[in-house]
Every structure is written in structure tokens, then in C-alpha cells.
Design a protein around this ligand. Sequence first.
Ligand SMILES: C[S@@+](CC[C@H](N)C(=O)[O-])C[C@H]1O[C@@H](n2cnc3c(N)ncnc32)[C@H](O)[C@@H]1O
Length: 285
Amino acid sequence: VRVTVLEVIQRSTEFLTKKGVDSPRLQVELLLAKVLGMKRMQLYLNFDRPLTVPEADLLRELVKRRGLREPLQHILGSTSFCGYEIAVNRHVLIPRPETELLAERGWQFLAKAESPRALDFGTGSGCLAIALAAKCPSARVWALDISPEALAAARANAERNQVAERVSFMHGDGFGAIREALTFDLIVSNPPYIPTDEIATLQPEVREHDPRLALDGGGDGLDFYRRLAAEAGRFLNSGGRLMVEFGDGQGAALRGLFEGAAWAVEDVLPDYSQRERILIASRRN
Ligand SMILES: C[S@@+](CC[C@H](N)C(=O)[O-])C[C@H]1O[C@@H](n2cnc3c(N)ncnc32)[C@H](O)[C@@H]1O
């Protein structure tokens, strides 16, 4: 007898629960929807549908990978960021929902300017650069990263989302990647911000599958903010903004750090869980 959609959902959910995976049923449904080539909600209209042997085999393999704590987005191959499809692999951080708030603030600011220029510092998958370019058709965006593999993924994502002609990619260490005389109206960054010693305490999906280069913010997690506070100013046009995402509990330290380095902190915004997550600053004269 062949197993039905409902039965396989129940069994696989039990399996992922034992493996300590968060929201196991949702994960199974998304994997099964992928295997059957349907939308997740359609599963509910097909509970009694039997799986073919190849379908059941494929699902078993994907659920097993998820049980080994490989991220769902790596298994599916992509994720959605601000409604744009972003392909991910082991060379890029999986875009997080909190970062959508940074993108939104960014394009709201860019929308007020004529032909604005923006920089995405540490672009990873390219999610921020792509969302800014897609939402602001008059904007030009530059994106830098130290990882050539990440830049390759970001470039492919820009093409996939039809913004490649307005996004330029630059390879190098921080602002050292910028080899032309460029200044920007907006600099956004979601830099690595996990304190080095805390990486080992993160969920396996993160510590074993997000690139270490995307996580490690140095001893106190603030290394990249120090670099941004010291160096971003000279790349910013007058009236420009610097918008950065930061980690849990880093808000007070960041305020001090930027205010002590000739920045005016305009706003610190919370994320969906009401934790301070985004800092917006402008240069003091
Ligand atoms: C936390 S990830 C953010 C990726 C993407 N912007 C996002 O929000 O999902 C940080 C990125 O910074 C890059 N990075 C790390 N060190 C860097 C450096 N010294 N210079 C430039 N980029 C760096 C990493 O390769 C990684 O892609």
C-alpha cells in the first residue's frame, strides 16, 4: 500500500520533531510541496492522494537532510526576500526576515532622491542590493563583498531579478573594494555581527551552514561597525544616510560608537520581535 499525503506529513513531522527541528510540520509541508510541485496550501486538498514510489523516495531523502539540520532554504535552493526570489548556497548567508526592514527603510529613503546611488556593504546573496534596485528604478546600486563566491551568487540573483544592469559588484576587503571615485546617498550594511565565541552556541543550521565569514564580527561582534563608523563617512554624499542591521543587545554600544565618531544617530528601530535591530545615522556636518 502506498502512503498518502497526510500520512507522510504526519510521519515526517514526527521524525523532524525528534531531530529538534523548529516548526517541523511546516518544514515537511514545504518539502513535500516542492516534491509534488504544488503550493503548500494545495496539500490540504490532496490529503488522500497516494505518493508514487519516486515521490516518496525523494521526500524521504529531503526530510533526512533536514533532520541532519541542513537549512530548509539550502534544500529548496532559494528563499524569498521582499518578494524577490534569492537563490542561496553555502557561500552566502540565508537572507533573514529582519533584514527586509532594513531594505524597506533603504528604498523609502532612496525614493526621495532623483537618481540616487546606494552601496550594499557585505552583500552576500545580494538580497539588499537587489531589493533596493528593484524598488527604485532610478537608483544605481554598488555591492561589495570579500567573498568571490558570494559575489557570483549575488550577480546571478541580480540577473534572475532583472536588475543586473543597475547593480555593480566589487570584490575586496571592506571599503578597499572601491577602486573608483564613488560616493553614495545611502550605505546599507548587514555586516557579520556575532561575537566569535558565540558562533559555537548557535543552531546547527546557522553554525554549520551559514558561511563563517558572514557571521564572525570579532571578539565583541562590533568589528565591522567600528570600520563603518570610521570609514563610511567619506563615501557618503551630504544629506546621505548610513543604515545598519545589528545583533541582539548591541544597540547601546552602537549608539555610543557612532556618536563618538562624528555621526548623528537618527533612529534605532525594532524588528518583528520588538528587539532593537536597525540603526540609521547621518554624518555630523
Ligand atoms: C551577515 S552577511 C550579510 C549578507 C547580506 N547582505 C544579507 O543581509 O543577507 C555579511 C557579509 O559580509 C561579507 N564580509 C565579511 N567580511 C567582509 C569584509 N572584510 N569586507 C567585505 N565584506 C565582508 C561576508 O562575506 C558576508 O557576505
